[in-house]
Design a protein. Structure first.
Ligand code: JFZ
Length: 453
């Protein structure tokens, strides 16, 4: 399967080489195969939970240091108390695996500058500065390995703590040197993260390049630096100065539209592009006591399907509490998604987009010789589909993933296939029907072939 996929992916990539996004030398195979991963925003901001001095600070909670104008020394004092006594890396890795996620992307250092690993070039980390005193990234690396999850690391370019780049917080400081920060701090830190002590890092996810001092050349320099240490590590597209135009970034191995699922195909997103949507479960990335606007499992599962049907990845965020546990809402959502993925995961993992696009009844994904019909609107009797691209004569078998041993009756008229569906709908969120084709499913029927049956 892996081999087949590789051929498909490279084949597609070759067809769509173009200005806006070009595949790089780094293989994105594991990432595309994964389709679904967990994003984790966790750090000192989690301790505030969007409240400072008893007042709610509106906006995304991991920005509280900036939004709440918390002075560096106050934030530092808070960081000393960081002691997530209930944190168990294995529970996180297991939660990700059970939800059908294949990678875990964790904030090693968010904008506040606090480091969740034992950094040798900083004392502002979980070992030297905080009560906890244990390397969180190390624990997650071991847990991820145990549960067969890829470890991916988020690293913020901007830093509200480092003296050279935290001018928002150190007003009047003049002896700043951006390149000193890059050469003597950022690069050594990235080298630590990529040294092998955290295994082979699947992906590095940069962010924060909108700061004035960040430039395209600095982004390119960091990209090359990462590849010189760890050529297989996939790098996202936010090292470029301006990645905001979808696919507009010239640095990085894939594309990241934020909090939205782009239409496809369009001039900016085409079949074969490697891309990722990142979504929050409520409105905040970091834990917020004030944010109760949780998305439903239905919305999130359908988003996952939507993304997969366009050939992208969904990286779904979790904002753990300061003690290291997930909120009950988070756990409920993950459990619901896991329940759906247990039955339907094969219609997500390792699939590619379907050229048939958006259907009135739902979406499609494709893997090898199977088309998966993710049905949102379940018909009373028959599901109709026109197979303009694949030959209906080559259909071997049709079945619902909820009951794979029972073949469904179907009729073919020309390119139209009418499938008799079981009642009731197996899963009201989305039920998947698989159409399995024989070899060479795209071979066109010859003109005199009678397709009616
Ligand atoms: C960034 C961070 O500032 C935020 O805290 C969080 O980590 C998120 C995942 O990434 O915020 C962004 C980055 C990019 C866009 C929007 C918010 N964007 O491209 O629209």
């Amino acid at each position: 399967m892996a081999v087949v996929l590789f051929i498909q992916v490279t084949g597609l990539s070759a067809q769509v080489a173009k200005d806006h996004y070009k595949p790089t030398d780094t293989s994105t195979e594991w990432f595309e195969e994964a389709r679904f991963g967990m994003f984790v925003h966790w750090g000192i901001y989690s301790m505030y939970g969007a409240y400072y001095e008893g007042k709610h600070v509106p906006g995304i909670a991991e920005w509280i240091m900036k939004r709440g104008n918390i002075p560096i020394d106050v934030y530092e004092a808070q960081a000393e108390k960081f002691d997530p006594v209930k944190f168990e890396a294995e529970l996180w890795a297991k939660a990700a695996r059970d939800a059908g996620m294949k990678y875990l992307l964790i904030t090693t250092k968010h904008h506040d500058g606090f480091c969740l690993w034992d950094s040798k070039v900083s004392d502002y980390d979980v070992i030297d500065h905080a009560a906890y005193g244990k390397d969180i990234i190390k624990a997650l690396h071991l847990a991820a390995e145990k549960y067969g999850i890829k470890l991916a690391l988020y690293y913020s370019i901007l830093d509200w703590h480092h003296p050279d780049v935290s001018y928002h917080f150190r007003k009047g400081k003049t002896d700043v040197d951006f390149d000193r920060y890059i050469e003597e701090y950022m690069k050594p830190q990235l080298a630590e993260l990529l040294s092998g002590q955290y295994g082979e890092v699947g992906m590095l996810w940069f962010d924060g390049g909108w700061e004035n001092w960040w430039t395209f050349d600095r982004g390119r320099n960091i990209y090359n630096f990462v590849k010189s240490i760890s050529p297989n590590t996939i790098v996202n597209d936010r090292l470029d100065k301006d990645h905001s135009k979808l696919g507009g970034s010239e640095i990085g191995d894939y594309i990241t539209p934020e909090q939205n699922i782009p239409a496809m195909p369009t001039s900016t997103l085409k079949p074969g592009d490697v891309w990722e949507t990142v979504l929050t479960m409520n409105n905040s990335w970091g834990y917020s006591k004030a944010d109760h606007n949780w998305k439903s499992p239905r919305e999130l599962i359908r988003s996952l399907i939507e993304v997969a049907s366009r050939g992208g990845n969904l990286t779904l965020n979790v904002g753990p509490k300061p003690d290291g546990t997930f909120t009950s809402e988070t756990t409920d959502i993950l459990n619901a998604i896991g329940k759906w993925m247990k039955v339907n995961g094969e219609a997500i993992h390792g699939t590619t987009h379907s050229e048939l696009g958006v259907m009135p009844w739902g979406r499609l994904t494709v893997k090898d010789d199977t088309k998966y019909l993710h049905v949102f609107e379940w018909p009373r009797d028959e599901l109709n589909i026109r197979l303009d691209h694949w030959n209906p004569r080559k259909i071997k078998r049709i079945y619902a993933l909820a009951n794979p041993n029972k073949s469904l009756d179907f009729k073919r008229t020309g390119v139209e296939v009418r499938i008799k569906v079981p009642q009731p709908m197996p899963d009201p969120i989305a039920s998947v029907i698989a159409i399995e084709f024989g070899p060479d499913p795209k071979a066109k029927p010859t003109s005199n072939q009678n397709l009616d049956q």
